[in-house]
Design a binder for this molecule. Structure first.
Ligand code: ATR
Length: 292
């Protein structure tokens, strides 16, 4: 007798979730690998989060991705958040192991894989990090993990930057500079950086400052890497300015796909088909472009 086959589900918990392209590239990866599973976006209001997380324990669920605004709240609802999730202070992936919910943060691996993919050596690197929000926390933990020597957090609000300082641990020299292109500390942090990471929403399509770059082009130099976590558009004003000055641009789509690929690996135990995921993600973005 053969066991009855049953299609399992992987959920994306967020609010709103309609704009997410994760269902597109995750489903493409599941299909390409012959996994009998559906990746579904669940629009979950904060008040309904405990119930949604309980559903993940069912045998039909393989796990979930978690996105805004639930990345912090989901912590106390899962059984085993790992050390990485604790360090970042946010969960983006849940794995259902026979009713026990394990949780981690694959943004850190997504950041490291994106930079590795571009051939960036992070050991001993000096990093300038623009922004101090949730994404920036994952960047600091990633830089600490990779052995960067210095991270200068450049932010509009000093208190928010200060909150990131403990994440560097004992080995990373954590510094601060104001987000002000006239400021000497800011200018020197960018000029001396091996890698400049942009983690604010500046330059994002339909965002508050879509035509702007927080780092003026004249501060970049050849040999530097400029990494923008924003992925719409693929070439942001920040990346364009960096590239014009001879720096190497790395776009946020790499981060989005790599964090998803690491989650795919955890749910399925399979090597994620990166080419399939990148192709599907680009197609989803292009389709969205034409519909708006
Ligand atoms: P995310 O989770 O994507 O990192 P977030 O936690 O809301 O989002 O963080 C947003 C970051 O972008 C913050 O560093 C914020 O600066 P403040 O700490 O001063 O609020 C920064 N940011 C957002 N809009 C900005 C703008 N128009 N100019 C400069 N910085 C901006």
């Amino acid at each position: 007798m053969t066991a009855a086959r049953r299609t399992r589900t992987i959920a994306l918990l967020g609010h709103p979730v309609a704009h997410s392209i994760s269902p597109r590239f995750q489903q493409a990866a599941l299909d390409a690998m012959g996994v009998d599973a559906r990746y579904e976006a669940w629009d979950v209001e904060p008040v309904d989060l405990p119930g949604a997380v309980e559903r993940l324990r069912s045998g039909d669920l393989m796990g979930a991705n978690v996105t805004v605004p639930h990345k912090v709240a989901v912590f106390r609802l899962v059984d085993r958040p790992d050390a990485l999730a604790e360090q970042v202070g946010a969960v983006n992936t849940v794995v259902n192991r026979a009713g026990v919910l394990e949780a981690t943060n694959t943004d850190v691996a997504g950041i490291l894989r994106s930079l590795e993919g571009a051939g960036v050596a992070l050991k001993g690197a000096r990093v300038a990090l623009v922004g101090a929000g949730g994404a920036a926390r994952a960047v600091v933990v990633a830089m600490r993990t990779a052995g960067a020597s210095r991270v200068t957090v450049i932010n509009r609000t000093a208190e928010n930057a200060a909150a990131l300082a403990p994440l560097g641990g004992v080995d990373v020299d954590m510094r601060y500079a104001p987000l002000d292109a006239e400021d000497a500390t800011f200018r020197s942090a960018i000029r001396t950086a091996d890698v400049v990471v942009q983690s604010t929403s500046v330059g994002m399509r339909h965002g508050p400052a879509e035509a702007e770059t927080p780092v003026p082009g004249d501060l970049f130099r050849p040999g530097q890497v400029a990494f923008d976590l924003v992925y719409v558009p693929e070439r942001t004003p920040f990346l364009a300015a960096a590239e014009a000055a001879g720096a190497t641009p790395v776009g946020g789509l790499a981060m989005l796909v790599h964090q998803g690929a690491e989650a795919f690996r955890l749910w399925t135990g399979m090597e994620p088909p990166l080419d399939v995921m990148f192709t599907a993600a680009r197609a989803a973005l292009a389709a969205r472009e034409h519909s708006t």
